[in-house]
Design a protein around this ligand. Structure first.
Ligand code: NAI
Length: 327
């Protein structure tokens, strides 16, 4: 079966090539799937796509015309897919529901530690023979309160690490994880989580209910100097409201692995080019903001899992069976 892989980077090619056999033939396109590149899918039975590919109704209608029958997402989040349209068009959509939640959890904790102990500054200082400690003062995580919004696979993996640090754990989710409660977490209403947490980390999906969960209203309820971490989806945060809160010192630390308008920026080398996104550029001017380019998932283990499950999803489609990962 011929599969067109979009937004394909070198590491995608290397890992997917290992899974190619006589049943799956991958072709790699470095461009994202959108209304222009969809023309490339003529003759392919399936497309394999990532977080910022365009799976809106018009693009999927064109996929259907080209003869594509399946969309294999090589990620967990699916906010970029118009599922109702896919259903209407009879296109099958499958994802990789969990690929090493620990990878994202560990990156989340890395961001917390880096921001708190200012490792990003210390690294540069020491390389400049500057061993002064002024401006590097951190705080103990032990005994502090962390609020997790979303306690699914990644939220739970993050919770387990942070409980190990001796932190108090407040959680909010639309369903309670009893194991986490037994481990010492306390589920509270969102307002209480905003008000009580020293660190807030987002691990819920982007949905109409969670869009701009962090806005002027929720920020106003938070502690002064709060640390906010988002490794989930950029749309959870109203970036302009967050910039205001950084300026007023309401937010003391901000760690982002995702950004609302990341589709125009992330996963490519733009060094040497002018970046037009003024909001993003403003974020980069704050010394207490750490941004990574959607790399939280990026571990060897996660890549391997992504390839394995995506291939299983494709083979199930080829055999006219269900893999269990369909949306
Ligand atoms: P999951 O499906 O296991 O957990 C999501 C949790 O969010 C569930 O417990 C669900 O009940 C909860 N939830 C749903 N709606 C909610 C709401 N309105 N308020 C509060 N909680 C709500 O998903 P998983 O694997 O933990 O992933 C979480 C998110 O992390 C994904 O949606 C994705 O956007 C993001 N992600 C980011 C990656 C990165 O590289 N930065 C990689 C993988 C996922």
């Amino acid at each position: 079966m011929k599969v067109a892989v979009f937004s394909a980077k070198k590491y995608d090619q290397e890992s997917f090539s290992q899974w190619a056999d006589s049943r799956l033939k991958f072709s790699f396109f470095d461009v994202p799937l959108d209304k222009h590149s969809v023309k490339l899918t003529q003759g392919y039975a399936a497309v394999c796509v990532f977080v910022n590919d365009d799976l809106s109704q018009p693009v999927m209608a064109e996929l259907k015309t080209m003869g594509v029958g399946m969309i294999a997402l090589r990620c967990a989040g699916f906010n970029n897919v118009d599922l109702a349209a896919a259903n209407e068009l009879g296109l099958r959509v499958a994802r990789v529901p969990a690929y090493s939640p620990e990878a994202v959890a560990e990156h989340t904790v890395a961001m917390i530690l880096c921001l708190n102990r200012k490792l990003h500054k210390a690294y540069n200082r020491v390389r400049d023979d500057n061993f002064a400690l002024d401006g590097l003062l951190g705080f103990n995580l032990h005994g502090k309160t962390v609020g997790l919004v979303g306690t699914g696979r990644i939220g739970v993996a993050t919770a387990k690490i942070l409980l190990g640090f001796g932190m108090q754990l407040l959680c909010y989710d639309i369903k309670v994880d009893d194991e986490l409660v037994k481990a010492g977490a306390r589920y509270v209403p969102l307002e209480e989580l905003w008000a009580q947490s020293d660190i807030i980390s987002l691990h819920c999906p982007l949905t109409p209910q969670t869009q701009h969960l962090i806005d002027e209203k929720s920020l106003a309820l938070m502690k002064d100097g709060v640390m906010l971490i988002n490794t989930s989806r950029g749309g959870l945060i109203d970036t302009k409201a967050v910039i205001k809160a950084l300026k007023s010192r309401k937010i003391g630390y901000l760690g982002l692995d995702v950004y609302e308008q990341e589709a125009d920026l992330f996963f490519q080398d733009l060094s040497g080019q002018l970046i037009d996104d003024e909001v993003f550029k403003r974020l980069l001017t704050f010394p207490n903001v750490l941004i990574t380019g959607h790399q939280a998932f990026f571990t060897q283990e996660a890549l391997q899992q992504i390839c394995q499950v995506t291939s299983e999803n494709l083979l199930a489609f080829k055999a006219n069976k269900l893999s269990g990962n369909e949306l």
